[in-house]
Write a protein that binds this ligand. Structure first.
Ligand SMILES: Cc1ncc(COP(=O)(O)O)c(C=O)c1O
Length: 452
């Protein structure tokens, strides 16, 4: 074993992290070819010839840092990937040192208390029903699985079927309704939940990707209805109020995939775009997207705490559980990181108004993108309502060529997608660091790519 003192290593890592953060605004958003070629250094280290801990940290910084995607630069607009706020980064460094497991309060009184406080703040800041319970997990995919399984179990229990005892084979029929524009993670979720695609009704969406309320099928029994806050391409949301108010709440469970779009409900100026979202039974969202918490952090919120606990509950002879909040019984994982620590730090220091202002700043930046690009003659495929900007540059080949040229420029990073059969450039403003100057420089890079 090596004798490198813990503190030296920690200082080296923190200093490297500080240098990295300091260089964020000057470095290209995506790595150079040389930086990428350097990555082979990691696989050249063999377990039969280990290096010192100090050398490992040095290699991570020297070779790893320049090859990263600069997600915190304010100019990364790919995949709805958020940045990390300074307080969240600092809190996660401290939390890393704590190395707490929050499966049970007895394992970490501190992190459990922080988790409970952060969960309450999330429900509050998202303007969801006060009786709801929130729990942190690895991302919106896991949060979708958690909420949908809770809904499935609850509906079947109401129909007299105990899934835990009997499984799904032979269970009463459950209508499952999704939009044709549901995110791929919902498709996977349903598969994991034992709901095959043949038993799912897919409802058509309108030209902005919103489920068409007028195309809902007749609901004849227990039904699981899955809606979306924030289409991954357009940012538009399903018409929650129209749909949910038309359903019989006694026999339906509405789950909302709001991986990023649910955060619009935290902002008075944007709330109309998710009107009625609070009428659902469960919600999935992410901390690592639009709240700018570090990876990985998803959140499931459920209006029916007992139903969630029933679905996710687990107990063992060596585990004493009382009425306290047991995270291993509020989600899929047993051992788990204290993901709520950076979330608490953001919410505690930004407050309701600060979070709303940051989200609104992203929306304003997205609108600025939309205005500047359309003024230059670029086609907007949907009005900008929150943080997503979807544009096309004529035919598919030209659009793909422009996207590739922008990515090569490394001034900013934008992704490609296919929406309603057309290739499109998707600009997702999900990093609170994005300024009007970042938008203007990125618009200039996009227009330059169009000219080439
Ligand atoms: C609408 C929507 N749902 C679910 C997800 C999956 O989220 P995660 O990657 O955090 O699991 C995403 C990711 O982009 C998304 O945009």
């Amino acid at each position: 074993m090596t004798s490198t003192p813990k503190l030296d290593l920690l200082h080296a890592a923190v200093e490297a992290a500080a240098r990295y953060i300091e260089s964020d605004h000057h470095a290209p958003v995506s790595p150079t070819a040389d930086a990428l070629a350097g990555l082979q250094a990691f696989s050249q280290v063999s377990v039969d010839a280990p290096i010192t801990p100090a050398a490992a940290i040095e290699l991570l910084d020297r070779v790893g840092s320049p090859a990263t995607i600069r997600q915190n630069s304010g100019r990364y607009f790919g995949f709805v990937n958020g940045g990390v706020t300074p307080v969240a980064l600092a809190a996660s460094v401290l939390s890393g040192a704590w190395d707490q497991n929050v499966a049970l309060p007895v394992m970490s009184p501190a992190a459990s208390a922080i988790d409970a406080a952060a969960a309450e703040m999330i429900v509050d800041v998202l303007n969801l029903p006060a009786e709801s319970i929130a729990s942190f997990c690895g991302g919106a995919t896991i949060a979708n699985i958690t909420g949908i399984v809770a809904g499935r179990d609850n509906l079947l229990a109401q129909a007299g079927w105990d899934v835990h005892a009997k499984g799904l084979a032979g269970s009463p029929p459950l209508q499952v309704i999704v939009s044709e524009e549901a995110h791929v993670s919902v498709t996977k979720t349903l598969r994991v939940a034992g709901i095959g695609s043949d038993s799912v009704t897919v409802v058509p969406a309108d030209s902005y990707g919103r489920m068409r309320a007028d195309a809902l099928p007749e609901i004849t029994g227990p039904a699981l209805v899955i809606l979306q806050a924030g289409n991954v391409n357009t940012g538009h949301s399903d018409p929650f109020r129209d749909i949910i108010e038309s359903l019989d709440s006694a026999t339906t469970w509405v789950h909302v995939d709001g991986a990023f779009g649910l955060w619009a409900n935290a902002v008075p100026e944007r709330r109309q775009h998710v009107d009625g979202v609070e009428l659902a039974d469960s919600w999935a969202t992410d901390g690592h997207k639009w709240l700018n918490a570090p990876y990985d952090c998803g959140v499931v919120v459920c209006r029916h705490p007992k139903a969630l606990q029933h679905s996710m509950g687990m107990s063992a002879a060596y585990v004493e559980t009382g009425d306290e909040r047991n995270l291993m019984s509020l989600g899929l994982q047993m051992s788990q990181a204290a993901r709520a620590v950076p979330v608490w730090a953001i919410l505690a220091s930004e407050g309701r108004a600060g979070v709303a202002a940051s989200i609104e700043q992203s929306c304003n930046a997205a609108e600025r993108f939309g205005e500047k690009l359309s003024e230059a003659g670029v086609e907007l495929l949907a009005p900008v309502v929150i943080n997503q900007v979807l544009v096309a540059f004529g035919d598919d080949a030209t659009t793909d060529a422009v996207i590739a040229a922008v990515q090569d420029s490394a001034v900013c990073w934008v992704g490609g997608t296919t929406f309603k059969g057309r290739r499109a450039m998707r600009i997702s403003v999900s990093d609170f660091a994005t300024t009007a100057d970042d938008v203007d420089a990125s618009v200039a890079a996009i227009l330059e790519a169009v000219r080439v």
